[in-house]
Design a protein around this ligand. Structure first.
Ligand code: C2E
Ligand code: CA
Ligand code: CA
Length: 564
């Protein structure tokens, strides 16, 4: 049987469903939806034409009604929602949205259109709205004051998931604000980001992740109800605010979010950019707030950060790097530095880690934290990594040809290398070209790269099957290190230097370090501790039976061509 698309659809939705459930429990929530059903019946809707879209929304098909009656029914419902109390809790008023969609407006799927419409009404705190297609005229003729008429065009401004504005619309409004000669003195752009949201999703479920996002969105909406706000991407939000107490509002959002799930205590960070410069573009302004926010990622002592001069310099360098990336790779600005790795038992050199440097003709040597994230953003990071592998292979080949002693190298790979090229194939080809046995190269993959959702297990197994060792870098600085050990096979565990840093003042760090080393031994995985700077640390690791060490005590990274 062919499905006849509905010509006229209305929605009745409880805007304060969460509050209703919080006050009276789920049964009161269900009863509230039931009162909406009754309300629709009293307005002449046949119960056979109602269906629950979700726990807070009813979808009503009114295709039988002539247009005018349809309109009257909607207006009737809108009028009756004003004083609708929750059943069994008379003090609690139900906040009801009444929406309607005409035939022409139903171009998209009914449910999607309904969800967009509700999100729109929630955002603007409107009681009733009509999503019109090309029939705007009829509605305008009706002169209805109770019902807002909105177009598909307007709906596109809203993100259906959170009901906030889309990034595009936000940037448009930001442009208006920048150009507005009468805008308030202190206007700020706030950029919110949830730290480690990916881990949260991994640790719990995607539904839990959605709940957290909606919770943060609701906190932002509550705190900045008078301001313009947008859902930028998964776990990022922006607000354009002239509120005088931004900082206390951010602190409130931060505290509420931590309490949302105490076992994880999610952190919402906020970057703030004060809008002073009239020549700034919306993109740059938002980028400045973003940069300020990124600068406190992972820091437990800071919840917000104003954009300042330091950030400005960094933004400048980031742009510079993005613009010169191609050239840096092509013109040999990327240099390979090497840092010695020591065999703990013998105290002898047993390998080196290859570390990239950007040797800039104008700015001198740049450290990886300056250019690696930018190259990743520009999806050029594989070019740099291949460049480093090539230099390492040439170096090893030269040593072998001249009969010089040489040790294996480890190279750092970015998660994106696996997406941007067949990195195993590229590395194998370079090894063949320079006649380098695969045992001389190990790849380092950080724990965070493995956490980013995708499954690198197959890739890691391919590397190991091809005779390369695979090392896990920065072990212990993320949330799921132990899970990863269960799921992936590594040859070496590189323990994050933070444990060592703390060791002398924090007995627990010392104990954790000892346990990690023992666990790796039991699993048959070799260990390397990074960041060894003192004799005390060295002696401790020797006694603890760690296999390899790396750190300033044995040597800082230096140009590979100068040897180790
Ligand atoms: P990583 O792989 O954890 O590298 C270790 C970093 O710690 C290096 O910083 C090294 O110079 C530093 N380090 C070594 N010993 C000590 C010590 O005793 N004390 C202290 N305080 N630091 C020490 P670097 O070279 O700045 O590299 C930073 C990060 O950049 C690396 O962290 C790695 O994740 C990334 N990186 C470096 N080169 C490359 C590359 O060629 N490709 C990719 N994809 N990433 C790279
Ligand atoms: Ca590394
Ligand atoms: Ca490391």
């Amino acid at each position: 049987m062919a499905v006849v698309p509905p010509r006229q659809v209305a929605v009745l939705s409880l805007a304060n469903y969460d509050e209703v459930v919080k006050t009276g429990g789920r049964t009161v929530g269900e009863a509230a939806l039931e009162s909406l059903r009754n309300l629709a019946v009293t307005c002449g809707v046949d119960p056979g034409y109602m269906r629950a879209m979700d726990e807070r929304t009813l979808l009503l098909r009114l295709d039988e009604l002539p247009h005018k009656e349809f309109l009257a029914a909607i207006q009737g419902m809108a009028a009756k929602t004003r004083r609708l109390a929750a059943p069994t809790i008379p003090d609690l008023m139900l906040k009801v949205r009444v929406g309607a969609m005409s035939e022409r407006a139903l171009r998209s799927l009914v449910n999607d259109a309904a969800r967009d419409l509700i999100a729109y009404m929630d955002h603007l705190d409107r009681r009733a709205a009509f999503l019109a297609g090309d029939e705007l005229d009829i509605w305008q003729q009706m002169g209805s004051t109770d019902v807002d008429i909105i177009s598909h065009e307007q709906l596109k401004y809203f993100d259906a998931f959170t009901g906030m504005l889309t990034t595009e619309r936000f940037l448009d409004l930001l442009q208006y604000a920048i150009d507005d000669p009468h805008r308030p003195e202190s206007m700020a752009i706030l950029y919110f980001d949830i730290d480690d949201f990916k881990s949260y999703n991994r640790t719990f479920s995607h539904e839990d992740g959605d709940d957290l996002l909606l919770f943060v969105a609701s906190q932002i909406k509550e705190a900045f109800s008078a301001d313009v706000m947008a859902h930028l991407s998964i776990d990022r939000f922006a607000v354009l605010s002239s509120s005088p107490d931004i900082v206390s509002k951010c602190a409130k959002i931060h505290a509420a979010t931590r309490a949302f799930r105490l076992s994880f205590a999610p952190e919402v960070k906020c970057g703030i950019y004060m809008l002073m410069d009239k020549t700034v573009t919306p993109y740059v302004a938002l980028d400045c707030a973003k940069l300020a926010c990124e600068s406190i990622k992972g820091r437990y002592d800071k919840t917000y950060c104003y954009f300042d001069e330091d950030h400005k310099d960094r933004l400048f360098v980031r742009r510079y790097v993005a613009h010169h990336a191609e050239r840096a790779v092509a013109d040999g600005w990327i240099r390979t530095f090497a840092q010695p790795v020591i065999d703990t038992r013998t105290g002898e050199l047993c390998g080196f880690e290859a570390l990239a440097r950007w040797d800039d003709p104008e700015r001198g040597l740049l450290a990886p934290f300056v250019f690696i994230p930018t190259l990743e953003d520009a999806r050029l990071i594989h070019r740099l990594d291949v460049c480093v592998v090539d230099t390492v292979c040439r170096h090893l080949s030269k040593c072998r040809a001249q009969g010089l002693s040489h040790v294996p190298a480890s190279i750092n790979l970015s998660r994106l290398d696996f997406d941007l090229c067949d990195i195993l194939d590229v590395i194998s080809t370079l090894c063949d070209r320079w006649s380098i046995p695969h045992e001389l190269l190990a790849i380092e993959i950080t724990e965070s790269a493995l956490q980013e959702g995708s499954n690198l297990r197959v890739e890691i197994e391919r590397f190991r099957a091809a005779g390369f060792e695979v090392w896990m870098d920065d072990f212990g600085c993320g949330y799921s290190s132990l899970n990863l050990l269960k799921d992936y096979e590594f040859d070496v565990l590189k323990v994050d230097m933070e444990f060592l840093r703390d060791m002398e003042t924090n007995v627990r760090s010392k104990k954790i370090l000892l346990s990690v080393l023992e666990m790796a031994r039991n699993l048959g995985i070799r260990t390397l501790v990074e960041g060894v700077e003192t004799k005390t640390q060295h002696d401790f690791l020797l006694e603890a039976g760690c296999d390899m060490m790396q750190g300033y005590l044995f040597g800082k990274p230096g140009p590979l061509e100068l040897g180790l």
